[in-house]
Design a protein around this ligand. Structure first.
Ligand code: HEM
Length: 430
């Protein structure tokens, strides 16, 4: 019989959110209470549930998804991104998702390969000079610039270059210069929306359609009404794509290079896989190499950029047999799930073989959620995998990266899982 009782949890109250204080708390809860625990909020307004059981996760993200909207943790995101896909709900979200989705189809993303390739060639050129001089590179900063450059060029193509020519630099560089994501940053970032508005107006005036995401979003039509996106929605989607497309990719690559620098065997295998594929077919795109993908997947297992997902129950529900009252905040923690001993042997070890096809097949799909799952899974999954694969393949053909820190990098658990300090690497030419 279903127990309509609340899930177990501590007496003390806490407000869970995507910040550094939450991880030790979440680890403690998992240790004391297992796969489901309940925490009362300081305000007493709502309880939070933390769930690690894959059936419960599947239920929240997929089976009973209409009962769950984005949770309190998204409020901070909303200030920065407005009501774009990351934060919107209901009909607005469904309409916008339908209209944005075509811009993220595989064929469209293939069309961005040349710009990804150019950005990486430029980076390789700069690193070659630094390698020659024996100068270390600031990996974190360089990857942040690379990922920002790629997403901005995919969005704005020629208009980005015009902006750089007119200003001497890209006004969006703010995103790499400043790492805090507080209210002051949100205000500065939102102020950049006028640049996007000006691009939209100039394209309309000149009846100009470019081969980029902005034009695709401007030309997209709702299949029911035949209408274009209202300007407010268009701006929110563009601002969302800039942030969502930049920070997650940059920090994933940052962690990946750190992991490779600590695992010479994996790094050697990666290099062998890339050169073997090139030997068989020199034209093989750098975006499609199975082992490169396995390395990225394993890196996102240990360091999922979206380390904590939050939802709120609209109506009463039941999870693991416990009562979930309407208004409960539900947290899913990919960081802990990806290290859960029920799904991963020696979870702390870095081992890309876990993502060999047979192992993936044998595992519960909901044990691995770097891009979330269900209808709100990351729209940029294919884009970022292509971008990250291209980067790893191109760079690994030229260099090995040696970590220069004396201690492992400290992780910073904010909205995004970053390294707290920039990572510096020695670049060794092959
Ligand atoms: C390694 C790279 C990336 C990771 C790990 C990642 C992760 C995620 C995760 C976990 C979510 C779900 C958040 C939630 O449910 O609360 C998400 C949603 C989203 N991501 Fe990504 N992302 C990445 C790259 C990108 C890129 C390149 C773009 C766009 C250019 C993008 C755009 C979005 C958008 C718009 C959403 C909201 C989708 C919706 O709710 O319909 N992401 N991402």
């Amino acid at each position: 019989m279903v127990q309509q009782v609340p899930a177990p949890g501590p007496q003390q109250c806490h407000d869970l959110d995507a910040n550094d204080e939450s991880l030790p708390l979440l680890q403690g809860l998992m240790h004391s209470y297992g796969d489901i625990s309940r925490v009362q909020s300081l305000s007493g307004n709502h309880d939070s549930l933390v769930i690690h059981n894959t059936d419960d996760i599947r239920h929240v993200l997929l089976g009973n998804r209409s009962n769950y909207i984005k949770g309190l943790a998204l409020n901070r995101v909303r200030v920065l991104l407005g009501n774009g896909l990351m934060a919107s709900e209901g009909e607005l979200w469904a309409r916008q998702r339908r209209m944005v989705q075509p811009a993220f189809q595989t064929q469209v993303i293939r069309g961005f390969a040349p710009l990804m390739q150019r950005a990486n060639s430029d980076l390789i050129g700069r690193w070659a000079v630094q390698a020659e001089r024996g100068e270390p590179v600031n990996l974190t900063r360089d990857l942040s610039e690379l990922a920002l450059n790629i997403v901005l060029r995919a969005l704005f193509s020629v208009d980005l270059q015009r902006l750089i020519d007119a200003n001497g630099a890209s006004p969006f560089d703010l995103l790499t210069r400043e790492t805090r994501r507080d209210l002051a940053f949100a205000a500065k970032f939102r102020a950049l929306a006028h640049l996007v508005r000006a691009m939209i107006e100039s394209r309309r005036k000149e009846q100009r359609i470019e081969m980029d995401l902005l034009s695709m979003l401007m030309e997209s039509r709702d299949k029911d009404s035949g209408e274009a996106m209202p300007d407010r929605a268009l701006l929110d989607e563009v601002m969302t794509l800039i942030v969502a497309g930049h920070e997650t990719t940059a920090s994933t690559l940052n962690w990946t290079w750190y992991l490779l620098s600590q695992h010479g065997d994996v790094e050697a295998k990666l290099y062998a896989a890339i050169t073997a594929a090139k030997a068989v077919n020199p034209e093989e795109p750098d975006t499609e190499n199975a082992y490169v993908e396995q390395v990225l997947q394993e890196s996102m297992r240990l360091y999922p950029a979206g380390w904590l997902l939050s939802r709120r129950a609209l109506g009463d529900d039941t999870l693991s047999g416990y009562h979930v009252p309407a208004g409960t905040e539900v947290f899913i923690c990919p960081y802990l799930l990806h290290r859960h001993e029920a799904h991963w042997e020696q979870p702390e070890a870095f081992d890309p073989e876990r993502f060999a096809p047979a192992s993936v097949e044998a595992r519960d799909r909901f044990a691995y959620l770097p891009f979330s799952a269900g209808p709100r899974y990351c729209i940029g999954t294919t884009f970022s995998m292509a971008e990250m694969s291209m980067h790893l393949s191109m760079v690994a053909q030229h260099f090995r990266l040696q970590y220069l820190g004396s201690e492992p990098p400290e992780a910073e658990f904010q909205i995004n899982l970053r390294t707290r300090q920039d990572i510096h690497m020695r670049v060794v030419t092959r």
